[in-house]
Design a protein around this ligand. Sequence first.
Ligand code: ZN
Length: 297
Amino acid sequence: MKEITFQNPSLSTYDVYEFNDNEEGPEIVFTAGIHGVEQTAIHVAFQLIELLPNYSIKGKVKIIPIVNKPAYFNRTRTSPYDNLDLNRIFPGNKDGSQSMQLAHHIWQETREADYIIDLHCCGQHGSNYVMSLYQDYEEQYKLASQIGIKHVVRSGGASGQLFLEACKVGQQAALLELKGGQPDGMVDLETAQFALKRMFSLLNSIGVIKTQHGKNDVAIDDLIFHENIETISATKHGFFNPKRHSGEHCFKGDALGELDDEAILAPYDGLIAAINYPCYTFSGERMVRYAKLYENN
Ligand SMILES: [Zn+2]
């Protein structure tokens, strides 16, 4: 028997970039590409890898820019091997299917981390926000202010997510949703630049690097917290024409868009997490992803 490897890289690998100057400090792990198509996230990770050698590191930074190579090369959210959503199966299983084994290895890889930042995308018509478990873990407020992305959205709490399972075992972890990615892979460069700045600010804030600009936490009072995201779907076949943009706040009753001649109204004060482009839309299809303002703001 001989084994022929006809293509590199193998799809059962991932690369870990490690930055460490043997000085005491916290360990932070950045992951991207758990959902393979989410390319703005992947781009941010690669830019961090490019820029971090310019800094001296206290503690350790680990970056895994493409966690899920099969999904990355397939330009899909899930793996073509077993169709599993990697971000629903942590901590994985070393004897399970390809994705289960991958989850197991990534879980092991991140056990020493004090912080885990899992970079994702929420689509070409999405916006930038932090998924957080602020209602369950008090420390999530501090982490949100260190990340400094103004909009914080409560996670729906689906189990098996890397950041959620990490929070359960006492790590500081958050999931960032960035514009871009779906449906067929797309890097939103402006968003990537914004996210990169926030990540350097976070590294500064937790003491892993020093930048000239000093730490740049956003005050907790300047963050806006939201409930988990709900979907506003079409109730009939028609032409959806958006009137607002993703990332905007609306008041209850504001017109988000029109479906033919029917106004689609904001059901309460909240954030447009994502809104579709003008599109002929079928009954039951999503038009808007909307997060209600958290009452305790
Ligand atoms: Zn994702």
